[in-house]
Design a protein around this ligand. Structure first.
Ligand SMILES: [Zn+2]
Length: 491
């Protein structure tokens, strides 16, 4: 009753905006004549829609949760729902979408698409034949970027759409893929108002925490989709601007751990002017001596030549040797179960089985399988620096294999916490994802009996009651404090 009176007293303008906001008619405040008029309008709209054959095919104009509407509203979409992720409905809606991030799957269609769908690791995937599949609805969060940073902002899953392209970071895409990407990007740019220079590659935004080879937080964790940074290649996707430099390396937030990659991302390639604009300095980024703008417009041939040159500019060696480590070759997949090391004597081991990174003999060949899930970033993570708990752990936020280490007090597993409790964890709380705990270490139960040869791996961590966490490769057998708990990667 109170509500009725309030609406009746409201000014017509206020009523209009309320009705508009709800997307329906507010009957309660209208007189009888008003109701009839509204019904007549609705009826004539319906008749009009039926006549034009557009019944119920309303475009979802806002980027907001339009996707949750009934199926009939997207019956004619050119994008297939054949591989919609079973995790789609659990995923939260993003608050804003200033970025699109492009990926290459580094594997063939079948395996890649199945894995992306199962884990909900992108919003769309573009197959080699140009078919586009929706994996996670565009307004919802997909876990595709992992440990990521751009312009100081971390956890880019919460502010970007992720598009996976079936293919490899060092191979050109198919013509059908370029055509589909152009159409898909045009639609998304229009819906969200995204600028061309905010359509980034995963290699631009991925960063790594310190590891066995890198002392600092670094760029170069991935080379994912690197060729899509080249101006002539971008032109094939209808993109005519790109970032001129890496803002996080420039600001000193990250070290550049792969200068070959940054050359491809920021300096190489033929500048391509937007069609219909007078040839101008298309890219301030080009380091090449300024010659007159190229006469030839963007063609597939130019893009292919630029891509080939870029591939030659980065090392694609797969054999470990002087100055070329497992990390140089496999990047963040160096310790993945899908990465295979073949030693000169013929022995084969997966990245997960290797413990002594220093003693891999030169001549060892490295093969990288389908990359590990971005959903489970490696190593010790810090809430606030690396992103929120949700950015980092995704669906595993409340899992028994996710551990939280506040600066003070005991550690807890995700299974012991509520969603609200995880949200309330202070900035600086550290996390391990995909782990199990053994211990405590006692004179009767030395560490080797608890976890075998894994005791000194760089991805094994020791926690003592003072809240101190130390990696296995930073600790000596004698310096392990009694009572320490040992965190090792879960199988
Ligand atoms: Zn990627």
């Amino acid at each position: 009753m109170a509500r009725l009176r309030a609406e009746a007293n409201a000014s017509p303008a206020a009523l209009g905006s309320q009705a508009g906001a709800r997307g329906g008619f507010s009957v309660s405040g209208m007189g009888r004549g008003g109701v009839l008029k509204a019904l007549r309008t609705a009826l004539s709209l319906l008749v009009l829609a039926l006549c034009t054959g557009d019944a119920l095919l309303l475009p979802s104009a806002s980027g907001a949760p339009a996707s949750s509407r009934s199926k009939s509203t997207k019956a004619r979409s050119w994008i297939s729902d054949a591989h919609l992720s079973p995790r789609n409905r659990q995923r939260p809606y993003r608050k804003s979408t200033p970025y699109i991030i492009l990926h290459t799957t580094e594997g063939g269609s079948k395996g890649s698409i199945a894995k992306l769908s199962k884990n909900g690791e992108c919003n769309y995937v573009v197959d080699t034949d140009g078919d586009v599949y929706r994996i996670i609805e565009r307004g919802r969060t997909a876990y595709h970027a992992g440990l990521s940073m751009w312009n100081g902002r971390t956890g880019l899953d919460s502010c970007s759409i992720g598009i996976e392209i079936v293919g490899y970071h060092n191979r050109d895409l198919t013509a059908a893929q370029y055509a589909s990407l152009k159409r898909l990007l045009a639609e998304l740019k229009a819906i969200y108002g995204i600028r061309d220079d905010r359509i980034l590659t995963h290699s631009m935004v991925a960063f790594g925490n310190p590891n066995h080879w890198q002392k600092h937080r670094h760029r170069g964790r991935k080379r994912c989709a690197m060729l899509l940074a080249l101006p002539s290649v971008r032109a094939r996707m209808g993109l005519y601007a790109k970032p001129a430099f890496d803002p996080d390396v420039r600001a000193g937030r990250l070290k550049d751990a792969d200068p070959e990659l940054s050359t491809v991302l920021y300096r190489q390639g033929t500048p391509v002017p937007r069609p219909g604009t007078p040839a101008k300095t298309a890219a301030k980024t080009a380091a090449a001596p300024a010659k007159p703008a190229p006469a030839a417009p963007s063609t597939a041939a130019t893009a292919a030549a630029d891509a080939a040159a870029a591939v030659r500019a980065v090392s694609s060696a797969t054999v470990i040797g002087p100055g070329r480590s497992a990390w140089d070759i496999a990047r963040d997949a160096y310790n993945a179960p899908t990465t295979i090391y073949t030693f000169p004597n013929g022995t084969r081991k997966t990245g997960k089985e290797i413990t002594q990174w220093k003693s891999i003999p030169p001549g060892t060949r490295v093969e990288i399988g389908i990359p590990p899930s971005e959903n489970a970033p490696e190593g010790l993570l810090t809430i606030g620096e690396d992103g929120s708990a949700q950015d980092l752990a995704g669906d595993a936020m409340l899992a028994s294999t996710t551990y939280y280490f506040p600066k003070k007090g005991p550690y807890q597993s995700g299974a012991e916490l509520s969603l609200a409790a995880v949200d309330a964890l202070p900035v600086g709380t550290r996390m391990l994802i995909g782990y199990k705990v053994v211990g405590p270490v006692t004179p009767r139960k030395p560490v080797f009996s608890l976890c075998g040869p894994r005791w000194n791996r760089s991805d094994t961590y020791y926690w003592d009651k003072t809240g101190h966490l130390v990696a296995g490769d930073e600790i000596g057998e004698r310096s392990i404090p009694e009572g320490a708990f040992v965190f090792i990667k879960a199988d």
